[in-house]
Design a protein around this ligand. Sequence first.
Ligand SMILES: [Zn+2]
Length: 389
Amino acid sequence: MIHIGKTYLKRENNKSYLCSDVTIETKKLTLWFSIDSKYEDYLCLHRADAFVMALLIPATTYNYDIKCDDPISARLKYFLINQLIPNLAEHAEFNHNITIESDITTVPYKNKGAVGVGFSGGSDSLYTIMNHTKKDCEYPLTHIAVFNGVSFEKFKENASKIYLENCKAAQRFADELNLKLVTLDTNFYETLNWKFTNEISTYRNISCALALQGLFNSYLISSFHSNLKSFRIIRYGCAFYDLLTISSTSTESLNIYLSGGNADKVEKISELSNWEPSYKYLHSCVSPKEPGKKNCGICKKCKDAQIILYALGKLDNYNTVFDIKKFKENLPKLIAYYLVRSDHLAKSIVKLLEKNNIEIPSQSLIIAKQMEKVIDLKKKNDTLFNDLY
Ligand SMILES: [Zn+2]
């Protein structure tokens, strides 16, 4: 059993904390979300929504029923019980069809009518921001958000520092686009430390958005896996089933939308390459460098972004975020890497190179042949390729 106690506010050092005392079996802890006190009204008090979402994967994984002292928004509870939880339980043996015991409320939480999206600097996030700052878009953005809910956990002891650096970069970006920034800290890392963040990332993001139901009327999730083509319910990649999660987590006050389903990675980066704010803020990297500074250039995501921009003839615009000299030195090996890879993205990238008449260096063909010889294609993985690059 997971027992989620009544929510309450605590104030300390100009911060306001939305708290709940939680008991997981016999372990007692206090979960909190915190925000600058001047924005205290944004926090959603007297509803268990955000806490239920934060605890849903621990509950379904370890078969803990949930009991809440505060009510849950009726729409959210209905979706969870009738849609999300039974689908998880049916399709993935490690999840369980748990129950949720709570009152419900159908009264919308009074909010500021804001429209928000998370800012990471990644191509999915920037693509959403680009499209939702266009004239006449359906949900014009008012806020970008940085949540310390999960994204920075992988950086362990540096997580807080990297969160704060991201907040600073996000503020510069928001100022340039005339958007507002909202930042929300949590103590999830200390209290709910979860080994594989890919299992929980979407849940934690939505949990933070639900904690801000005093602000948001609409919240957009920028997903890489936003269409049925890549839809899968798997434990170690909750983003693969974002379509299900996101369609199951709105409330009477807050609508959660999945954005970017109309474009794949190549299309997103192609469109972004014509959008000037991306030149300084594209942060495709998985390493802990904050948006607005240099990407590592060698992780898989950096390689993908650079080669696509190179194929488009736009890479030089990104000289503040990528080391283009280093990229060009490694180009033959990098192209070989894409020639050998057999996944959909790599194939699209090779097609783009061909379509734009980018010459494939003869050295790339030789390296690709060598790679094919030493690599069992069925077992190939990016770690091996990373060593070769
Ligand atoms: Zn990188």
